[in-house]
Write a protein that binds this ligand. Structure first.
Ligand code: KG4
Ligand code: ZN
Length: 342
């Protein structure tokens, strides 16, 4: 029996998990830090202190839930980047210390790779496939050739999509994180009420995203509005979310065309990261691409946002590939998707 213990602390979720190498989850606890709500965004120093405090409570709880002891764990791992350096140092130092004290291997895991791998838990996905990563820090389109072999086809040149949801929510006076708040309001509003810009539309080959112009347009609409009532917020949230859906559909179409032109055939499209929890986005993408015979795959809802399960899943792949464990790697806040942790 090979068991993996994983920690995720790259942003404001403190999460631990224990998985069997068959991917079965024995125990898992994810704590979303509420300390940041009053600041309208994540405060790194507060996040680090909270990670330390919360890990001390949830690690023993997770072992209890899983019904195993530290001596039963064969491999320890933690997110090594990208993310906020304070959180990365805390998660990796704790997991490494556990590994060293038990004389077991330790792996640093790339957070982006964790997100990319997350839908393989509940879906059959065939290589090569298209993966759209939509988080608070990244918006990227990948061609996934195999585990640890990703080609970036396009990415945001400014704000990440999750960040844009959060900023628009803040402009509308909604609480952090903004994505779920916008989704709730948008379901009640008129998506045609406000015309918003559609960035990077002219060049049909452009696979990049830009969201800062939409955010500025929304800020101007909010400033010019005399009465900011619930109806105004519903309609603006709906118009924003609808524009996001239009952009995603268009960029996925363009990516599929690009692959076709290069004789690369993909059947599966995965949508991952916190924004992939959005039901309106899922429905629109399913309606558009499932009819064209593509198979759309999403992570379980609990694996869309940051969580230690996806970190454990990526670790299982590294272990299967016989990658070398490493106690001496450096946590890297700016780690890229294809950069291995050294
Ligand atoms: O993947 P994630 O938990 O963290 C990062 O790696 O950044 O993504 C967090 C982002 C936040 O910006 C949050 O507002 C967004 O995901 N998000 C959503 C929804 N749930 C979370 N965005 C749109 N709709 C949602 N339902
Ligand atoms: Zn993430």
């Amino acid at each position: 029996m090979t068991l993996i213990f994983s920690i995720e602390t790259s942003c404001d979720e403190t999460s631990v998990a224990i998985l069997h190498k068959s991917k079965r989850i024995l125990g898992e606890i994810t704590h979303s830090q509420s300390e940041h709500i009053k600041y309208g965004g994540v405060v790194p120093e507060i996040a680090s202190r909270a990670h330390l405090e919360i890990l001390q409570k949830i690690i023993p709880k997770c072992f209890k839930k899983a019904g195993v002891k530290i001596k039963d764990i064969d491999i320890f791992c933690a997110t090594g980047g990208p993310g906020l350096i304070g959180g990365l140092l805390i998660g990796t130092t704790i997991a490494k210390s556990m590994a060293i004290s038990m004389k077991k291997p330790f792996y640093g895991i790339n957070h982006l790779e964790g997100h990319i791998i997350s839908p393989t838990f509940n879906n059959e996905i065939k290589f090569p496939y298209l993966s759209i990563l939509l988080t608070g820090g990244h918006t990227q389109i990948y061609l996934v050739n195999k585990f640890n072999d990703y080609k970036i086809l396009g990415e945001s040149v400014d704000d990440a999509l999750g960040e844009c949801f959060d900023k628009v929510a803040k402009l509308l006076g909604l609480k952090y994180p903004g994505g779920p708040e916008i989704e709730k309001l948008a379901s009640l509003g008129n998506q045609k009420k406000y015309q918003l810009p559609h960035p990077l539309i002219k060049n049909k080959k452009d696979l990049n995203f830009s969201f800062s112009g939409i955010k500025t347009a929304i800020s101007l609409i909010v400033k010019s509005q005399k009465k900011i009532n619930k109806n105004f917020k519903k309609d603006l949230a709906a118009s924003f979310q609808n524009k996001v859906i239009e952009i995603l559909i268009e960029k996925i179409h363009r990516s599929l065309n690009f692959l076709k032109k290069n004789d690369i055939e993909v059947k599966d499209i995965t949508i991952v990261g916190g924004v992939a929890a959005n039901k309106a986005i899922r429905k629109a993408l399913n309606n558009t691409f499932a009819s064209k015979k593509y198979n759309l795959a999403y992570p379980l809802k609990k694996m869309c946002g940051d969580n230690a399960m996806m970190i454990g899943l990526a670790c299982i792949e590294k272990y299967k590939k016989k990658e070398k464990p490493n106690y001496f790697f450096k946590a890297n806040p700016r780690l890229e998707v294809n950069e291995n942790i050294k």
